[in-house]
Design a protein around this ligand. Structure first.
Ligand SMILES: *[C@@H]1O[C@H](CO)[C@@H](O)[C@H](O)[C@H]1NC(C)=O
Ligand SMILES: *[C@@H]1O[C@H](CO)[C@@H](O)[C@H](O)[C@H]1NC(C)=O
Ligand SMILES: *[C@@H]1O[C@H](CO)[C@@H](O)[C@H](O)[C@H]1NC(C)=O
Ligand SMILES: *[C@@H]1O[C@H](CO)[C@@H](O)[C@H](O)[C@H]1NC(C)=O
Ligand SMILES: *[C@@H]1O[C@H](CO)[C@@H](O)[C@H](O)[C@H]1NC(C)=O
Ligand SMILES: *[C@@H]1O[C@H](CO)[C@@H](O)[C@H](O)[C@H]1NC(C)=O
Ligand SMILES: CC(=O)N[C@H]1CO[C@H](CO)[C@@H](O)[C@@H]1O
Length: 571
C-alpha cells in the first residue's frame, strides 16, 4: 500500500536511480525497441468472442447473458493465460495463488444466472485480489502480504470488500503478488515479495511494475483476469495504474472497508480497483464501497453509496475548473518525471480544455513546500503499523510460522534468509524503524494533525477553494502526486496518458528491474476532496473516451497471453 516509507528513502532512491541508469543504457538501449504496438495490426480469429486482453465487464456480461460462454469458460481461460506468462515465458510473477474453488464457484454462479438472472454487474466476473486482502482459508488460498511468515495462517474471516464481492456474485480468481507487506518492510524493489519473487511489467522486459499493488496492475494490464483490487497507503494503486496502462481508483479513506486487510495504517489505507477502463473501475467501486461495522472509518461516509456508473458522461468536463498544482509537483528535480511525461501532460491540458473545462494553471497547494520537508507521515505510519500489524497477528486463528508480532517477524526474516532475505532483498529497515516506536504519544497526535493540515485544510482543499476548482490534475507517476492525497485520506482517479518513447534513457529500479524503459506506460491523475469520487470518475471518463490512450500500445509480444475463449469452450 505504501510505495516508499519516507521522503529521505525516496531521495536516496532517486539518486541511486540516476546513478545506475547511466550504466544500463549501453547494455539495453534499443534491444527491445522494436516491440511497437501491435494493437492496430492485431487480427487473430477470435471466433466472435471478446478478446480477453481487453474484454470489459459489460462485454463479458453480454456474452454470459446470451449464453455464448460461461463463467466456467472464463475462469478456465484466465487460468490458462496466467499459466502462459506467470512463471513460464516472460515470468511476470504477477499472480501468487489461484483459487482452487474458483471453477466450482463459477459453475454454481452459472447455474444461478440461468435460473434467476444476475445479481449484479459483477455476477460471474473473475476478480484477482492483492494478497493483503483476506479470504477464508477453507476456500483454499492464503492471505500473506507475500510473506512466508503468514503462509498457512488462518484468518478469522473474509475481508469486508470480499464479502461484498461474493454477495455480488463475483468469482475470486486468486491472489496477486505485491511489494511485500505493501512496501512497508524497507528499501526493497517494487513488486518483490518473498513468496512471489519479482513481479515485472508486461510492457518491457524486466521493467518496474511499480507497487505495491504490482501483481494486480500487471494482471489487469494484459487480461489475466477481468478486474482486480489493490490497496493504497501512499501511491500503491495510483503508481501501478500509471505504469501498467490502467484506470485505477484510490478511494477516500473510509469509502471502502479495510476490515480483513493486512494493515499499514488505518489513517491512510484504502482498497480500490485497478482495471482496463474507468467503466470497469466504476462498476467495481460501486460494489465494494459502503459502510462496514468492522471498520468504523467507513461509518463516516455519506449514507448512500453512489452508483458510480451514473458518472460516466463524456460531457463531464464541460464548464468545470481543473487546477494544476505546478509548483513543486512539476519540478523534474523533485519528481523524477521524464521530459516525455511532462510533454504529454501539457498535451493533456489542451485535451481537457477541448473538452470544455477551464484549466487554472498554476493552482498551487499552499502547503506544497511544507509537505516536501515534512516527516509527519512517517511518524504516523511507523506508529500505526506496529500497533495494527501486531493486532493482525494476534487475531489469527492459527499461524504455523509462530510469528505473533512485528518483533517476531523481524526475527523470523533473519532466521529464514533463504525465504525472506535472498541476495539484494535483505532490507527490513522499515520494520525495524516501526518496531522502535513506543505508541501513540503527543508527537504522534501532533503529526496526525499536521498531516490533515498539510494534505487537506492547507493543501488540496485550500487549492480547490482558492481557485474555485472542481479537481486537480497531475502526472500519475510522481511521488508528489500521491503524498497530499495520502496524508489527507483523499481520492485519486488515474487514467492512461501515454508511453515512454523508444529513446528514453533506461534506468535501474532495483536489482532485477529497470525504469523508465521504452513503451512503458504512464498516466494522468485527477485529485479531489474527500468523497469526490463521483465527480473524479466523470472527469477521468471524459478524458479516457476522448483519447483512448490505453489502446495505443500493447505489451511486448511474449507477455501477451494467447489463450482465448474459443480455445476453451467445449474443450
Ligand atoms: C494456502 O492455504 C491452503 C489452505 O489453508 C492450502 O491448502 C494451500 O496449499 C496453500 N497454498 C499454497 C500456495 O501454499
Ligand atoms: C473508531 O473506534 C475507535 C475505537 O473504538 C475510536 O477511537 C475512533 O474514534 C473511531 N473512529 C471513527 C472514525 O469513528
Ligand atoms: C533542477 O536542478 C538543477 C541543478 O541543481 C537546477 O539548475 C535547476 O534550476 C533545477 N530546476 C528546477 C525547476 O528547480
Ligand atoms: C510536521 O509539519 C509541520 C508543519 O509543516 C512542521 O512544522 C513539522 O516540523 C513537521 N514535523 C515533522 C516530524 O516533520
Ligand atoms: C528522443 O527523441 C526525441 C525526438 O526525436 C528528442 O527530442 C529527444 O531529445 C530524444 N531523447 C533522448 C534522451 O535522446
Ligand atoms: C544484486 O544486484 C546487483 C546490482 O544491483 C547485481 O549486479 C547482482 O547480480 C545482484 N545479485 C543477485 C544474486 O541477484
Ligand atoms: C499461480 C502461480 O503461478 N503461483 C506461483 C507464484 O510464484 C511462486 C514462487 O515462484 C510459485 O511457487 C507459485 O506457484
Amino acid at each position: 500500500m505504501v510505495l516508499l516509507n519516507s521522503r529521505s528513502s525516496w531521495l536516496l532512491h532517486l539518486i541511486r536511480f540516476i546513478f545506475i541508469s547511466s550504466c544500463f543504457i549501453g547494455q539495453l538501449k534499443g534491444v527491445w525497441a522494436t516491440s511497437e504496438s501491435t494493437s492496430s495490426t492485431f487480427v487473430d480469429d477470435l471466433e466472435g468472442f471478446p478478446d480477453l486482453y481487453e474484454a470489459s465487464v459489460m462485454e463479458l456480461q453480454e456474452g454470459l447473458d446470451a449464453g455464448r460462454f460461461t463463467s466456467v469458460d472464463l475462469v478456465t481461460a484466465y487460468f490458462a493465460r496466467i499459466d502462459e506468462v506467470n512463471l513460464k515465458g516472460p515470468a511476470l510473477r504477477a499472480v501468487l495463488e489461484l483459487n482452487p474453488s474458483a471453477l466450482q464457484q463459477a459453475a454454481a454462479i452459472d447455474a444461478e444466472r440461468k435460473v434467476s438472472g444476475k445479481r449484479s454487474l459483477l455476477h460471474g466476473i473473475p476478480i484477482l485480489l492483492k494478497d493483503n486482502i483476506a479470504t477464508i482459508a477453507s476456500e483454499g488460498m492464503n492471505t500473506t502480504a507475500g510473506s512466508f511468515s503468514l503462509l498457512h495462517s488462518i484468518v478469522p474471516d473474509d475481508a469486508g470488500v470480499v464479502k461484498r464481492l461474493r454477495e455480488a456474485g463475483a468469482i475470486i480468481l486468486g491472489k496477486a503478488n505485491l511489494s511485500e507487506f505493501a512496501h512497508y518492510r524497507g528499501n526493497l524493489a517494487s513488486g518483490w515479495s518473498g513468496r512471489g519473487g519479482q513481479t515485472t511489467n508486461a510492457y518491457y522486459p524486466s521493467a518496474d511494475p511499480c507497487g505495491s499493488s504490482s501483481g494486480s496492475g500487471v494482471s489487469a494490464s494484459i487480461g489475466l483476469v477481468t478486474v482486480t483490487l489493490g490497496t493504497e497507503t501512499d501511491g500503491s494503486i495510483s503508481c501501478p495504474s500509471d505504469r501498467n496502462n490502467l484506470a485505477g481508483i484510490k478511494p477516500t479513506v473510509g469509502l471502502t472497508s479495510r476490515a480483513g486487510v493486512i494493515p499499514v495504517s488505518k489513517h491512510q489505507d484504502t482498497v480500490g480497483p485497478l482495471c482496463r477502463s474507468i467503466t470497469d473501475a466504476a462498476i467495481v467501486l460501486s460494489i465494494i464501497a459502503g459502510k462496514d461495522p468492522n471498520d468504523n472509518f467507513t461509518l463516516a461516509q455519506p449514507n448512500v453509496v453512489p452508483d458510480y456508473t451514473q458518472a460516466l458522461n463524456k460531457g463531464a468536463l464541460v464548464g468545470k475548473r481543473i487546477g494544476v498544482p505546478r509548483e513543486v509537483f512539476l519540478n523534474p528535480n523533485d519528481t523524477g518525471l521524464d521530459p516525455s511525461v511532462l510533454a504529454a501532460f501539457e498535451e493533456a491540458l489542451n485535451t481537457i480544455r477541448s473538452l470544455g473545462a477551464t484549466v487554472v494553471d498554476p493552482a498551487n497547494l499552499p502547503s506544497a513546500q511544507q509537505i516536501a520537508a515534512s516527516k509527519n507521515e512517517t511518524v504516523v505510519l511507523d506508529v500505526d503499523f506496529k500497533i495494527q500489524l501486531n493486532a493482525w497477528f494476534e487475531a489469527l486463528l492459527q499461524n504455523p510460522s509462530g510469528v505473533r508480532s512485528l518483533a517476531d517477524l523481524i526475527v523470523y526474516n533473519n532466521a529464514n534468509p533463504e525465504l525472506e532475505e535472498p541476495t539484494n532483498f535483505t532490507d527490513q529497515s522499515g520494520f525495524i524503524q516501526s518496531e522502535a516506536t513506543t505508541g501513540m504519544n503527543a508527537g504522534y497526535f501532533a503529526s496526525l494533525a499536521f498531516d490533515k493540515e498539510l494534505g487537506a485544510t492547507n493543501g488540496i482543499d485550500a487549492a480547490l477553494k482558492e481557485h474555485n476548482l472542481d479537481a486537480l490534475l497531475l502526472p500519475a507517476g510522481a511521488i508528489t502526486t500521491w503524498i497530499p492525497a495520502a496524508i489527507a485520506g483523499y481520492p485519486i482517479v488515474t487514467v492512461p496518458l501515454g508511453f515512454y518513447p523508444e529513446n528514453v534513457t533506461i534506468g535501474s529500479a532495483g536489482p532485477l528491474t529497470i525504469y523508465p524503459a521504452p513503451g512503458v506506460p504512464f498516466g494522468l491523475s485527477f485529485l479531489g476532496t474527500g468523497f469526490s469520487e463521483f465527480d473524479l470518475v466523470g472527469f477521468a471518463y471524459a478524458y479516457e473516451q476522448k483519447t483512448l490512450a490505453r489502446l495505443k500500445r500493447r505489451a511486448y509480444p511474449s507477455a501477451i497471453p494467447q489463450t482465448q475463449l474459443k480455445d476453451v469452450i467445449g474443450k
